[in-house]
Design a protein around this ligand. Structure first.
Ligand code: FAD
Length: 605
């Protein structure tokens, strides 16, 4: 084997967002050695971008809230495809995780009597999102980071894992390169936790950062782990649409939680036109009631802007398609109208939504306290990901765990806003705890030296390619993103997705010819070339899973099968790698929900 800088840990955590940091803290507390690896600098993970808040049934703002209501809301939001065991853990444990974060120094916004303030968000029956203005992720990441650096965790920043390594059936470690110098690093580990985030960069219009290239999902898949629910991609209804350079940047649901309304180019509040039957009893049928709800009136029902994200996104698309959109292909989101209701509206908006105020002022020259914003759907979140055990977070490979956005199960067909940040804490903790238990029984593995060399050599191939037929990595990435947006986006059809599969085959052939000039020292072209394999694998998994699900449910909408089909309500679509490298797609039924949980759903709905 060639010489590599080598590290050995009991637990290797890949990813330093909320899930990775929480896992690292828990594993270190269990007394095992922990290494943490991340692509960017510590503190820059995607979690930092989270805006609106973290969902937990603290019942501070409305004492009717409970873990049972949170459980029922999450199951309904996920259209009952969720791993109900995970939903139960999440609803029960989220309040404790939030209070723990507060004890570690997180400073949340407060109620007048000094408790953690909670705001309204789509699909949550009661105000449930603990928040810090619209910069909640920043505060959470800062707090976890301050905590982790006191736990003797060995941090490897700007370091990208290119492959997981196995010893027989179990996980043995991972191979990485450091982004600055381009040298390989070999990590040996007893257990590995993947916490690498989502897949949004497979699409052209996205709220996700450059890091979201589906690495964890693809690493796990290539190592032999199963993925599930990959067809469920969340298109957040409100991203910026203008100017073009900022298209896709998120406009937090917090705007609607604070009273923001959606109107078309005729000034009509179109969300009142289409309220799904199963949400009708909980949804206001007039403007006044909706406004009262956002102001904390417990007798009022929530405004239709706070219906689930999949529904709001499709209503916006309908307005645009039928010619009632805004000048740049979106609709209008207006929070400035609350000036007619609140004497101090301008100060209120700046206090509750400071990030949004500055975002629009600086990027679009819009003062949101005085004018409406233009918004449209943006690729936001991956409900699908690595298939895990609902108690331990272990994947189908012994010793390989996954938590946070790269894992599947909690959110089913559609995630409720705020449920990701709580997911990171609840399941980051569980993954860290169980990885430590596994590592105590399994010392760091010994990967096969020949496979390590083969992986390293393969990663260097783009430097050796020149001349005729060579492609640039950015062009291939750009074409892939455009194709996924166009053919496997918000509205899907069999013929278009078949075309996408052919397109993916062509793009894979081009990716195999990608050439990169220069050397290994901080070479973004090379990094992009290596990301391509991940993007292609997860794009294929999304497309094949979406073809398999011949119905519309949650984040997956099929123009050719627009209705929900009860025949699809009892299984997850699971993707695995076959022995010849082909992608296998199967339907895996999930266990019947426990009677006591079924009863909660019946009582709460
Ligand atoms: P991340 O925080 O993305 O961390 C991933 C880590 O993995 C990073 O450190 C990265 O460097 C590392 N990594 C990736 N690939 C590799 C590799 N190959 N090798 C090494 N390291 C790697 N959710 C809510 O609940 N409430 C909100 O208000 C909210 N607001 C949001 C606003 C925006 C703009 C966006 C985009 C999302 C928002 N979300 C929100 C969703 C939520 O922020 C994310 O789902 C969550 O932060 C994901 O956390 P994570 O720990 O799974 O991954």
């Amino acid at each position: 084997m060639a010489e590599y800088e080598t590290h050995s840990y009991d637990v290797l955590v890949i990813g330093a967002g909320g899930a990775g940091l929480r896992a690292a803290i828990e594993a270190a507390n269990a007394g095992v050695s922990v290494g943490l690896v991340c692509k960017s600098l510590l503190g820059k993970a995607h979690t930092v971008m989270a805006e609106g808040g973290i969902a937990a049934a603290l019942a501070n703002t409305d004492d009717r809230d409970s873990w049972q209501t949170h459980f029922a809301d999450t199951m309904r939001g996920g259209q009952y495809l969720n791993n109900w065991r995970m939903v139960e853990h999440h609803a029960r444990e989220a309040p404790e995780r939030v209070r723990e974060l507060e004890a570690w120094g997180a400073v949340f916004d407060r109620t007048p009597d000094g408790r953690i303030l909670q705001r309204n968000f789509g699909g949550h029956k009661y105000p449930r999102l603990a928040h810090v203005g619209d910069r909640t992720g920043l505060e959470i990441l800062r707090t976890l980071q301050d905590h982790v650096i006191h736990q003797q965790v060995d941090v490897n920043m700007e370091c990208t894992i290119v492959s997981l390594l196995r010893e027989g059936d179990r996980i043995a470690g991972a191979l990485a390169y450091d982004r600055e110098r381009g040298r390989f690093k070999l990590f040996m580990a007893g257990a590995v936790v993947l916490a690498t985030g989502g897949t949004g960069r497979a699409y052209r219009i996205t709220s996700n950062s450059w890091e979201y290239t589906g690495d964890g999902q693809s690493l796990a898949y290539n190592a032999g782990a199963a993925l599930q629910d990959m067809e469920f991609v969340q298109f957040h209804p409100t991203g910026m649409v203008w100017p073009p350079s900022v298209r896709g940047i998120l406009v937090t649901e917090g705007v609607r939680g604070e009273g923001g309304i959606l109107v078309n180019n005729q000034g009509h509040r179109f969300m009142f036109d289409d309220i799904p039957e199963n949400y009708r009893s909980q949804t206001a049928d007039n403007e006044e009631e909706g406004w009262r709800y956002t102001q904390g009136d417990k007798s009022a029902r929530r405004p239709p802007e706070l219906l689930t994200r999949d529904h709001v996104a499709r209503c916006i698309m309908r307005e645009v398609r039928e010619g009632r959109g805004s000048p740049h292909g979106g609709v209008f989101l207006d929070i400035s109208w609350i000036r007619t209701k609140l004497p101090d509206a301008e100060a209120h908006i700046k206090r509750k939504l400071p990030g949004m105020y500055h975002q629009f002022k600086q990027l679009a020259d819009i003062d949101i306290t005085k004018e409406p914003m233009e918004v449209g759907p943006t690729t936001h979140y991956a409900m699908g990901g690595i298939r895990v055990d609902g108690d331990t977070q272990m994947s189908t490979i012994p010793g390989l765990f996954a938590a946070g956005e790269c894992a599947a199960g909690l959110h089913g067909a559609n995630r409720l806003g705020g449920n990701s940040l709580s997911d990171l804490l609840v399941f980051g903790k569980r993954a860290g705890e169980h990885a430590a238990i596994f590592a105590k029984e399994h010392p760091p593995g010994a990967p096969d030296p020949e496979s390590v060399d083969a992986i390293a050599n393969h990663a260097l191939e783009p430097f050796g390619r020149h001349g005729e037929g060579a492609d640039g990595p950015y062009q291939v990435q750009h074409d892939l993103q455009g194709m996924m947006q166009e053919l496997v986006g918000i509205v899907r059809r069999e013929d278009e997705m078949r075309k996408a599969l052919d397109g993916l085959a062509g793009l894979r052939a081009r990716a195999a010819r990608v050439a990169v000039p220069g050397n290994r020292e901080y070479n973004p072209g090379w990094h992009t070339a290596l990301d391509l394999a991940n993007l292609l694998a997860i794009s294929e998994a999304i497309t094949r899973s979406a073809l398999e699900r011949k119905e519309s449910r949650g984040g997956h909408f099929r123009d050719d099968y627009p209705a929900k089909d009860p025949a699809y309500a009892h299984f997850n679509i699971v993707v695995t790698r076959g022995s010849n490298g082909e992608m296998n797609v199967t339907r895996v039924p999930f266990p019947e929900i426990r009677d006591d949980l079924k009863q909660i759903i019946e009582e709460e709905t």
